[in-house]
Design a protein around this ligand. Sequence first.
Ligand code: HSE
Length: 443
Amino acid sequence: MPNTRVIRISFCGLGTVGQGVWKHISANRSQLETRLGVRFELHRVAVRSLNRTRDVAIPAERITTDALAVATDPQADIICELMGGTELAREVTLAALRAGKIVVSANKALICDHGAEIFAAARKHGGHFFFEASVAGGIPIIKALREGLVANRFRLIYGILNGTCNYIITRMVAEGAPYAEILADAKRLGYAEADESLDVDGWDTAHKASILAYLAHGVWVKTEQMIVDGISKLTQADLRTTEQLGYRIKLLAVITRDFDLNEISVRVHPTLLPKSKVLANVNGVFNGIAVEGDVVGTTTYIGRGAGQDATASAVISDIADAITLLTTGRVVATGEASIELHERAGTTPKLAPLGHIRTRYYLRLTVQDEPGVLAQIASVMAGNRISIASVVQTAAERPDAASIILTTHESDERAMHHTLAEFAKLGCVLEAPLLLRIGDFHD
Ligand code: HSE
């Protein structure tokens, strides 16, 4: 193919994901080049340390520590921002977009924190920003929302969006293995973030939920506007009890839209899913997302949510879209216009107040094992109009204490917030209660 256009791809960051992208492009080069009608060239690479050993051999003249120079290099066609973090990554992304480049990113924290600024820069300067790899690893959920489901409005989206947490919970249930040991394996396998708190405390899921909410509803919801709980307080006893009650625990993002009130809520929390639900059976590093569209009904997406190969698959799909744009001028729907579309249609939603976020609850309380304790707890709940559905009492891990596990009928976050505040004042409640939500979704 002597006259075939050469596409120069540069990388800012060549860690697990970046190396995976180039490994798969190299392995499938002739098929990808034929299909896309171009030739690929690895143009330049910016890394933090020049001395680190990598699977991909890079000629010395192409590698540097100067990410901004790589992002703005006039000869580069596509910049893959795969460095992580939000400070330098923001600078690099904005610089590339201001230079009119196409940026491909897997950086969910960056998009959640700076998405509005990034999309505005792309629009203003004629750059483009592609981000399929930012949510749910190898599942093409961004494409599904912005293209395949464009006819729909979304009352409910819920999903397992963090592979590390799903891997940890799955192995805790299946093997009874200790949490710390499984987390170490998740790191070794390239699933976990460098800062593991992003995974286990729910923040990574929240970043991804923010991106899905933006695409579905045209509004940026910040993590501080969400309910965000992680998995680090779950015990083997919780996992066993919920199994006995007919549920599996999954860390879910839940995005709801009330079209009558024009309100949206975004929350992240360990959720008891009935075992019969498809997502209750999505295990290991796999992610799963259920999207309820008013035209199509519910569609469900399952696939590997983390790891080098799954994420590389999504990045390469964005590179392919970028090449279509470069070679045909055809702009695929990038999601950059989502806010404008909703504003123009007058459909931008407000955030739902806590009193409008309704669900059933699971509560584990460590209490003094004495007469009248259960009555005090029931009285607080009755005062907040929360109706108890079931009660189980077992021995607690500490002596002279009991563990009371309650499930409730449907209530709301405001009532539960007041209930927890009142529990904290009761002398008989010995520890902060564990609160989980029950996901009886009608999808
Ligand atoms: N740490 C993330 C996860 C990587 O476990 O899902 C993929 O975004």
